[in-house]
Structures are given as structure tokens and as C-alpha cells.
Ligand binder design. Structure first.
Ligand code: CMC
Length: 371
């Protein structure tokens, strides 16, 4: 039996959701280019597309917007948990626990897409309530008249965002919505394939996304730009890091062997926000890391991934770095739930093999006689 570490190049299902061309650096949701979706679509429309396989007509779009807006509030006992949990908790742990608590409550046999809508609607509320409570601020209840992205920023800040921030949030959320068979989506499928429930599957996805090699890389990327401190220190920093065997965070990808199209799109949004917020120096450091990193690592087909500029965008939008993976989750929930629904149409228990390398036939020794 062949060992494929990290399940590299192993397909575990057929999909009609997302296609990645890792060589040319292209990404499609349901056949639509990510460039078109980022330019013309919005969170609600792209979520509908990913869940149902087609762009909604006006009535369908209105219905999904209303369904999401109606489901934003969370049960009181989860708000109480958020108010009482330690303020220095990792936000991903709070999100994971709150989603798990939602699962205790929802024991209905509703269609999965309705549960997917509920989860998608409630995750920004959980994140914003926790962030405001830990900062000693009053929670801001969702406003159903606002779009999904606008409302998220509104609940975080306590005031309505300007159109540039709203549009940037919308686009960032579209770009993070799905990415084929990544670690967290796979974790969701492993749980779903046992015919466990959707909330349990999503709890597993959040757990997998928490790690620094997956959803945590955006904060690490930002940290490195801050650590560098000025443009003229970039080259020295990169060389030192690589010489000591460390990685440039926000670079490299299992599938993309070209520049990640999501990073290309986010770069321009990061540039605009940097101008608007007067943070051009930080953006220019990132741009320089991008340029020098591509020169050195590009030879090994290692280029910036989505997390490289996502950290900057989330930071400019006002999210603290420890919230970045939760923002990623608030968007990836759409892909997780869509893949679970697709997988369950033709379910097969996920049960891979391990190649045994230990001894066999060892003689059992009574504890009295062991060394
Ligand atoms: N900086 C320097 N070298 C790198 C990097 C990097 N960021 N990424 C990969 N390499 C090198 C690595 O050292 C290895 O070199 P060698 O063959 O000489 O030992 C080679 O490239 C292959 O690396 P690998 O870890 O075996 O490849 P992988 O497909 O498992 O790596 C990765 C994928 C994302 C874990 C890796 O590129 C990485 O650790 N990147 C930094 C963390 C990061 O940005 N993560 C976000 C991933 S994209 C968003 C997501 O999916 O959530």
C-alpha cells in the first residue's frame, strides 16, 4: 500500500462546487470565475450560488437575503456564555463552542440548507458579541435592513460602515467562501460521513481552520509585516528567515503553484484601504515582501496565497488579528455546508488506512515482572 502523507493528490469526492486550476492560478465557483464574482457579486448571491448551483433570480436573491437577515440573532443562553467566558479566550474556541451549543438547541429534521443558512447568519453575531464584550462594550444587535457584510461590520463597530469598507468586506467574504478539499472542509466531511449532525461537522471544521497552517496564517502574515517595520528591512528579514529554515507566512499552497488569484484581488483592496486609512507604509512593506518573496520562492513555484493580503484587509477593516480566523470561518461556513450537502447525496463513511510499522506478536508480561 502506498503512503500519501497529508493525503496529497488524493481525491475523496467528485464535486460541482469549486474548481481550482493550480497551474494557471484560477478559481471558479460553480463554473464562474472568482474575478467576475469579486467584481459583480455579493455575499448573499455567491452563497446562494455555492449552495444551490445557480445564480439566483431577483425573487430567490430577495428570499435568501431575508432568510439570512431573519436568522442573525443568537439564543440568550449563548449570549450569556459569551458574556461569562474568559475575556482572553481564543475567539476560535469561543466560536467553536457557541456553534456546538447551537447544535444542542437545533434538533429539528429541517433540510440541511436551512441549517446552513442559520449557521451562516449567526456566526458574525457570535464573533461580534464576543469582541465587544471582551472590550467592555455593549453588544450591538443585528440590523436586518443591512446586507450580510455591512451588518457584520456594523455589529463589530456599533456604527454603519462606509461603502468602501462594506464592499471590501463583501469581496473578502466572497473570496474565502470555498476552496475545494482543504483541511477544514475535509474535517467537516469526515464527521458528516458518519451521519453525525451538521453542527458537529462544522465544529470540526472550525477546529481544523484554527491551526496556523490553515486559517491562522493571515494573522501570522500581518505579524511579520509589523515585525519588519520598514520597507528597507524586508530583504534582510526574508533572507534571515529562509536561511534559518523558517517559512514566509502567506506564501505557498498545496494546490496553487502560481500566484493565488484571491491574493491578486485582495492586494488591490488592501492598497485602497491602506490609502483610505493612512496606513500606506504597512501596505508597502507587504508589497515588498511579495516582490522579494516571489523572486526567491517563485523559483520553487511558491507564491502569495489568500492569507498574504487577507490579514492586512481584515486589520484595516478594524478586526483584531486574533479574530482573523473567525472572519475566515464566517465566510467558509458556506463552502463547508455546501460540501457536506453534496457529500451526503452519495455518502460513504470516510475511513482511510494506516500502514502499520510496529511489532506484532509481543508477549504480554505481568506488571510485576516488567522493568
Ligand atoms: N516559505 C518558505 N518555504 C516554503 C513555504 C513558505 N511559505 N511554503 C512551502 N515552502 C517550501 C518548504 O520548505 C518545502 O521546501 P523543501 O522541499 O526544500 O523542503 C517545499 O516548499 C514544500 O513545502 P511543504 O510544506 O511540503 O508543502 P505543502 O504543500 O505541505 O505546503 C503550506 C503548503 C501552505 C502548508 C506551506 O506552503 C506553508 O507552510 N505556508 C506558510 C503558511 C501559510 O501561508 N498557510 C496558508 C495556506 S493557504 C490558505 C489555506 O488553505 O488555509
Amino acid at each position: 500500500m502506498e503512503l500519501r502523507k497529508g493525503l496529497e493528490d488524493i481525491a475523496i469526492k467528485e464535486t460541482e462546487i469549486t474548481y481550482i486550476d493550480g497551474v494557471l492560478g484560477r478559481l471558479y465557483y460553480r463554473g464562474y470565475s472568482i474575478y467576475d464574482l469579486a467584481e459583480f457579486s455579493n455575499f448573499e448571491e455567491t452563497a446562494y450560488l455555492i449552495w444551490f448551483g445557480k445564480l439566483p433570480n431577483k425573487k430567490e436573491l430577495q428570499e435568501i437575503k431575508e432568510a439570512l437577515a431573519e436568522e442573525r440573532e443568537i439564543p440568550e443562553y449563548i449570549t450569556e456564555f459569551i458574556k461569562n467566558v474568559r475575556k482572553d479566550a481564543n475567539p476560535m474556541d469561543v466560536l467553536r463552542t457557541a456553534v456546538s451549543m447551537l447544535g444542542i438547541e437545533d434538533r429539528s429534521n429541517e433540510e440541511l440548507w436551512k441549517k446552513a443558512v442559520k449557521l451562516t447568519a449567526k456566526i458574525p453575531t457570535i464573533i461580534s458579541y464576543f469582541d465587544r464584550v471582551r472590550k467592555g462594550l455593549d453588544i450591538v444587535h443585528p440590523d436586518p435592513s443591512l446586507s450580510h457584510a455591512e451588518n457584520f461590520l456594523y455589529m463589530m463597530r456599533g456604527e454603519k460602515p462606509n461603502p468602501i469598507d462594506s464592499r471590501t468586506m463583501d469581496v473578502a467574504m466572497i473570496l474565502h467562501m470555498d476552496h475545494e478539499m482543504n483541511a477544514s472542509t475535509f474535517a467537516c466531511l469526515v464527521v458528516a460521513s458518519t451521519l453525525s449532525d451538521l453542527y458537529s461537522a462544522i465544529t470540526a471544521g472550525i477546529s481544523a481552520l484554527k491551526g496556523p497552517l490553515h486559517g491562522g496564517a493571515n494573522a501570522e502574515a500581518l505579524k511579520q509585516f509589523m515585525e519588519i517595520g520598514s520597507k528597507d528591512k524586508v530583504e534582510e528579514y526574508i533572507l534571515k528567515k529562509l536561511e534559518s529554515g523558517q517559512r514566509i507566512m502567506g506564501f505557498g499552497h498545496r494546490i496553487y503553484k502560481a500566484y493565488d488569484p484571491r491574493a491578486k484581488i485582495l492586494k488591490e483592496y488592501a492598497r485602497n484601504l491602506a490609502k483610505e486609512k493612512g496606513k500606506m507604509e504597512l501596505f508597502e512593506i507587504a508589497e515588498k515582501v511579495d516582490e522579494i518573496g516571489c523572486k526567491i520562492l517563485g523559483k520553487k513555484n511558491i507564491y502569495p496565497n489568500v492569507d498574504f493580503y487577507a490579514g492586512l484587509v481584515f486589520y484595516f477593516l478594524g478586526f483584531d488579528p486574533d479574530l482573523f480566523p473567525t472572519v475566515f470561518a464566517s465566510s467558509r461556513i458556506v463552502g463547508w455546508t455546501a460540501h457536506v450537502m453534496e457529500y451526503l447525496k452519495d455518502n460513504k463513511l470516510i475511513r482511510p488506512k494506516a500502514i502499520y510499522k510496529g511489532e506484532i506478536g509481543r508477549k504480554y508480561i505481568n506488571i510485576e515482572n516488567r522493568e
